[in-house]
Design a protein around this ligand. Structure first.
Ligand SMILES: C[S@@+](CC[C@H](N)C(=O)[O-])C[C@H]1O[C@@H](n2cnc3c(N)ncnc32)[C@H](O)[C@@H]1O
Length: 284
């Protein structure tokens, strides 16, 4: 990804969440409070103007997104399902005894900020690339800090997760943890993805889980997002956030085993795929 500029894809996901707030029926899928919190964060961080945010939460923008959906069928609504999936995993993990939540490549996600007061005995951590984390931190400060939410500004391709968390006094390596990597792994080089999963296993206690989304690999060995794959791969490259990593769903179990995780589709819920991404959960 481009090292100097805030993530455009994180911005796009956040604006899509705002627009989904204007789509009838989506309130049944989106986690409660997410649309208002995302609007606030985008404006307070300076990532988007109040006008853009207002405009995004309109029927007109719903139509625009739906028109683009012909390129990536189902991907607009998929952001609502993706947010709901991650939040279900976090709530489920806390219900099963997790006391730490770590969101990797958090972007403008508001889950930590929204859930921290509800689960005051749980510590929430987020890591993102400095260019995006800087804006996010500004927004969170304006919205009201949470005592149990820690924002960490680091480039995961430059510094090891193990070292980042070793320096953090609140991180407990033996604690049962839920790790979320939503819309992240496709942007990392293959060796970095393997490394991130291995390190996640190292920094979390027994019974931890990792919830993530990924793009499947096509017959040509590249990420496969359907009919418009070539154009999409080119567009992602042009905006400086190319899709690099993907995996065939049938190869996921072995990949996870080699990184000390166990594929746990039974924890993922009924639908393992929305839009172009698969949703997965693994346990330690
Ligand atoms: C598609 S966005 C997803 C944001 C968020 N997870 C969501 O779904 O709302 C990808 C995020 O990964 C972050 N990211 C990409 N490469 C990274 C790296 N090397 N280190 C830290 N964060 C990274 C970007 O800054 C961006 O916020």
């Amino acid at each position: 990804m481009r090292k100097d500029k805030p993530s455009r894809t994180a911005y796009k996901v956040a604006l899509s969440v705002v627009t989904l707030g204007a789509k009838p029926g989506m309130d049944k899928i989106l986690p409660p409070g997410i649309v208002d919190a995302t609007e606030k964060l985008l404006v307070a961080s300076g990532a988007a103007s109040a006008r853009i945010v207002r405009w995004s939460r309109s029927q007109r923008m719903v139509s625009v997104y739906e028109a683009f959906d012909s390129m990536l069928p189902g991907q607009f609504e998929a952001f609502a399902h993706r947010k709901a999936f991650c939040e279900r995993q976090v709530r489920g993990g806390i219900g099963a005894g997790a006391t730490q939540i770590l969101v990797l490549g958090a972007g403008y996600d508001t889950m930590g900020w929204r859930l921290a007061p509800e689960f005051s005995g749980v510590n929430f951590f987020e890591i993102d690339h400095p260019a995006t984390a800087r804006l996010k931190a500004r927004g969170i400060e304006a919205m009201g800090q949470r005592e149990n939410l820690c924002l960490i500004s680091e480039d995961l391709s430059k510094r090891k997760l193990v070292d980042i968390l070793k320096d953090n006094e609140s991180w407990v390596q033996s604690a049962r943890t839920v790790i979320v990597a939503e819309g992240l792994v496709m942007y990392l080089p293959p060796e970095a993805v393997t490394d991130v999963f291995c390190q996640c296993a190292e920094i979390a206690g027994v019974g931890s889980r990792i919830a993530f989304t990924y793009i499947p690999t096509g017959t040509d060995g590249r990420p496969d997002v359907g009919r418009w794959t070539r154009l999409m791969l080119w567009l992602q490259k042009v905006i400086g956030e190319p899709w690099i990593w993907s995996i065939r769903p049938e190869e996921l179990g072995l990949f996870l085993e080699e990184a000390d995780w166990k594929n746990a589709p039974e924890l993922g819920g009924a639908t393992g795929k929305h839009g172009v991404e698969f949703y997965a959960v693994a346990i330690k």
